[in-house]
Design a binder for this molecule. Structure first.
Ligand code: MRU
Length: 358
């Protein structure tokens, strides 16, 4: 058993008396700022505007949002309203619904006077559980890096990832980056290529958090993946997930599927790292996963993060129209080499009943 990694350097979410403090991801990696959430509305807004993001973390944040709501009003109608408000903030990541279902299961049977304290305790439990799940996912993925190290014979293992599925997106050491952190801790030389992840540039968060941990990381353009995979630059692709359908189709940040297709073409393992709370047993296949469209604003304007703050600059001249802006895409199960979970690795396509037991 590998020793626990001393990460994350900042708590992504924590309770502070009757408020919740989150790491504000909108200004990362240029500024480390924290945002205090006092109400249900603050929490819903933080998720919607992506001050907080990443499937496991938005689930835990929503749980804390229920606690914030119930400390003001814990009657049945308030509980229903809190859960409905939070459930409609972002549609794709199923962890949000999973966490809200856990909250309802615990809180609905209680009398209102008991609910606020139970909500705080349950949200804390989900947060701690997430940290443990991340570590277990890392343990599941570590053998892939050990095998790649042998093949590399002295050269660093190269991992390509997309979006940010590290500690910034969770309450622990991340999902896709958890095996990387454990490999680094085990003395394996590992380097990460972080694809930019337009239009919101979550790849910068990945490169930043890895460099904070002393792991070499370089940003590459999203469109470089096929060339990098074709030319032996990458040993493994590891990404996170927002929802995994019962047949093993995977929804993750838009651009993920293209990497999977290229990895399949060039014979590079394509690994998806996610806790089992990311499986949606009620969703038969990827076509049934609701895909969030974040509107035209992210295309008409570039959000530029600088040392002086966040600036919105026009990116298109007037008169040029925009198309859809899906925030996620679906990788068909046949392109996924393995799904790394806290319970071990699973090779898709999944037998439906496997994830029906959760
Ligand atoms: O829109 P985002 O930034 O919330 O999307 C996040 C992703 O797609 C991540 O890869 C996924 O949530 C896994 S995070 C551990």
């Amino acid at each position: 058993m590998t020793a626990t990694v001393k990460l994350p350097p900042y708590a992504t979410i924590r309770r502070d008396e009757d408020t919740v403090v989150i790491l504000d991801q909108r200004e990362l990696p240029f500024a480390v700022r924290f945002l205090t959430l006092r109400t249900l509305e603050d929490t819903a807004d933080a998720i919607r505007t992506m001050a907080v993001r990443g499937a496991p973390l938005i689930g835990v944040t929503a749980a804390f949002g229920v606690a914030l709501a119930l400390q003001r009003d814990a009657r049945d109608a308030a509980l229903d309203d809190a859960i409905t408000t939070l459930a409609t903030t972002r549609p794709t990541a199923v962890n949000l619904h999973w966490a809200l279902a856990r909250m309802r299961q615990v809180l609905a049977p209680l009398v209102p006077a008991e609910r606020a304290q139970a909500a705080w305790e349950t949200a804390e439990r989900l947060r701690n559980e997430d940290a443990a799940l991340c570590h277990a996912i890392g343990e599941t993925g570590l053998p892939w890096l050990q095998a790649a190290e042998k093949k590399r014979a002295g050269e660093p293992v190269r991992v390509l990832t997309h979006c940010n599925a590290g500690w910034v997106a969770t309450c622990g050491i991340g999902t896709a980056l958890a095996p990387v952190y454990l490999a680094h801790q085990a003395g394996i030389a590992v380097e990460v290529l972080a694809s930019e992840t337009r239009p919101r540039n979550q790849g910068l968060l990945t490169a930043w958090e890895l460099s904070v941990a002393g792991i070499p990381a370089q940003v590459v353009t999203d469109n470089a993946a096929a060339w990098l995979l074709a030319n032996g630059v990458v040993d493994l692709v590891i990404v996170g997930a927002d929802r995994i359908a019962a047949n093993g189709d995977v929804a993750n940040k838009v651009g993920t599927a293209l990497k999977a297709f290229a990895a399949h073409t060039y014979g590079i393992p394509f690994l998806v790292a996610a806790p089992t709370s990311t499986f949606d047993p009620d969703c038969p296949h990827g076509g049934a996963i609701p895909i969030e469209d974040r509107g035209s604003d992210e295309l008409t304007h570039a959000v530029v993060r600088t040392a002086n703050g966040v600036t919105r600059l026009p990116a298109l001249p007037d008169g040029i129209g925009t198309g859809p802006n899906p925030a996620f895409d679906v990788t068909p199960a046949r392109f996924v080499t393995a799904i790394l979970t806290e319970r071990g690795a699973i090779a898709p396509p999944l037998a439906g009943p496997w994830c029906r037991s959760h």
